[in-house]
Write a protein that binds this ligand. Structure first.
Ligand SMILES: Cc1ncc(COP(=O)(O)O)c(C=O)c1O
Length: 350
């Protein structure tokens, strides 16, 4: 039986740090529904400052943050532009359509790098037949884009197209600190042009729960009401916020370790015969690879049996995510396991 399970399925499997558990125990609490939880208020202020926005609002999850952001920026019946591989388009239960009465207008994703001219072409002109296009959604880093990073210049070019045409911009920055770390810049340089941004505490920052949405004071006032409507108004949520405060103080700088581990992992995978991956795409903490000649059920079962877990995303494609709790030695162990699992492919034929 393997010892430690090396769980590379997602950075959402991270457990709270000892400092977070202590902070939860000691957190000052109040009723956040009335804005009276000091820990929540502190986290919201700290987050807004990090994002360069006027205000912040704690939400239960990235999905809720994106939905609140989208609903607070649009009117029922409008259209929103999304990358065709965006998380809020593919993996959030179509909430914007189901709850907001919005239609999605997908544009080609290019690994998260939407093209300003393609966005411009998707914006509806004023015409009696068309819904109004009111929002552009961006994602940084891009989950399906192998953790791809949007630079400040790319973000600005996309925001300029949107704003010139009267659209707002919402950024799904679930992993915005991974992007900032990869570029070696403060996160507020990546959020400067967007109207709203969501980021998650419960992914690479290791918190057990929680995300936040930041924007102008007026936008956050509206968002607070939308959050309430969605059932996201919480009470003594300082229990959650306490971990977020630790995360902002202690867990952002260490993301560089996850990125270094992802690079070693990607390079190691590229050296295994039968495995297809481009190590240059491992910009942050997400690595995708393909093993075309083995069934996904077999590969996952073999690796899981040897103590290494990862996701089969589609077809013969797999995703590995590095995070807090995964050390350099775990990367070497994972490479050895994957190498053994695909070894029959590489055995000489009789
Ligand atoms: C880019 C991105 N946005 C949003 C989310 C949704 O976050 P949550 O799982 O907290 O709802 C995820 C989750 O993996 C994500 O990767």
């Amino acid at each position: 039986m393997p010892g430690k399970i090396i769980d590379l399925r997602s950075d959402t499997v991270t457990l709270p740090t000892p400092a977070m558990r202590k902070a939860m125990y000691e957190a000052e609490l109040g009723d956040d529904n009335s804005g009276e939880d000091p820990s929540v208020n502190k986290l919201q202020e700290m987050s807004a400052e990090r994002m360069g926005k006027e205000a912040g609002l704690l939400v239960t999850s990235g999905t809720q943050g994106n939905l609140v952001g989208i609903l607070a920026s649009t009117q029922h019946g409008e259209e929103i532009i999304v990358g065709d591989e965006a998380h809020c388009y593919l993996y959030e239960v179509g909430g914007a359509a189901a709850i907001g009465g919005l239609s999605f207008r997908p544009v080609p994703n290019h690994r998260g790098h939407l093209q300003p001219d393609e966005v411009a072409a998707a914006i509806r002109p004023d015409n009696i037949h068309f819904p109004r296009t009111s929002l552009l959604c961006l994602e940084n880093t891009h989950n399906r884009g192998s953790g791809a990073v949007l630079t400040p210049a790319e973000t600005k070019a996309l925001c300029d197209v949107a704003h010139t045409n009267g659209l707002k911009v919402h950024l799904d920055g679930a992993r915005i600190f991974n992007a900032a770390t990869a570029l070696g810049i403060p996160a507020n340089r990546l959020t400067a042009g967007v109207d709203s941004v969501t980021f998650c505490f419960s992914k690479g920052l290791s918190c057990p729960v929680g995300s936040i949405i930041c924007g102008s004071q007026e936008f956050i006032t509206r968002s607070r009401k939308v959050r309430k409507m969605l059932g996201g108004g919480m009470r003594q949520a300082g229990i959650i916020a306490a971990c977020g405060i630790v995360a902002l103080n202690e867990m952002v700088d260490r993301l560089a370790e996850d990125h270094a581990n992802a690079k070693i992992l990607a390079q190691g995978l590229a050296n295994i015969p039968g495995v297809i991956t481009d190590p240059a795409l491992a910009e942050t903490n997400i690595v995708f690879f393909d093993v075309p000649d083995i069934s996904p059920a077999d590969l996952i079962a073999k690796c899981t049996g040897m103590g290494v877990r990862f996701q089969n995303t589609f077809g013969t494609r797999y995703r590995l995510v590095t995070h807090y709790g995964i050390e350099r030695a775990d990367i070497e162990a994972a490479l050895s396991v994957i190498s053994q699992a695909v070894a029959p492919l590489n055995a000489p034929r009789a």
